[in-house]
Design a protein around this ligand. Structure first.
Ligand code: SF4
Ligand code: SF4
Length: 150
């Protein structure tokens, strides 16, 4: 019995002098491997609402949310809890500058945990000013011309 207690004391003492095996997340961020795929960026200013990303997603992590506009009719939102970060949505996006792409951001849970405690509730949503989207601008100009033509 005494031997076992002594063994434990020696073990604890030996561990105390060794460097830590773990670090606090905020103290040292893990190095990202090359071509790391993290949280999506969805650009509301360039998305044409073509549904290609939604169709390409193999696990139904993308939901197209109606914009209430004529064009683009809908824009993607990504369920980050369901997503497997394969990048197929980015590959499928046909716009010149990808309107959906995976960034290197991976701290989504830590940043948003107070608002949305469950990972399944985390969504990547379109970012930017939709009124700067060329399709929206064109349609507004058309409407204006039609009004002026009356
Ligand atoms: S990265 Fe893959 S799983 Fe995630 S939303 Fe895009 S296509 Fe779907
Ligand atoms: S993000 Fe790209 S693929 Fe998805 S709806 Fe918009 S334009 Fe189409």
């Amino acid at each position: 019995m005494l031997n076992k207690i002594l063994e434990k004391i020696v073990l604890v003492a030996s561990r105390a002098t060794k460097p830590k095996d773990t670090t606090y997340f905020h103290e040292s961020r893990p190095k990202k491997p090359a071509r790391f795929r993290g949280k999506h960026f969805i650009n509301a200013e360039t998305c044409i609402g073509c549904y290609a990303c939604e169709r390409a997603c193999p696990i139904g992590a993308i939901i197209m949310v109606p914009t209430g506009l004529k064009r683009p009719r809908a824009m993607p939102t990504v369920n980050l809890g369901r997503c497997c970060y394969c990048g197929l949505c980015e590959d499928a996006c046909p716009t010149k500058e990808k309107s959906i792409y995976l960034t290197e951001k991976y701290e989504m849970i830590v940043e948003e945990v107070e608002l949305t405690p469950l990972i399944d509730d985390l969504w990547a949503k379109p970012v930017g000013d939709i009124t700067k989207n060329p399709l929206v601008i064109k349609d507004l100009q058309k409407q204006k011309q039609q009004k002026e033509g009356k």
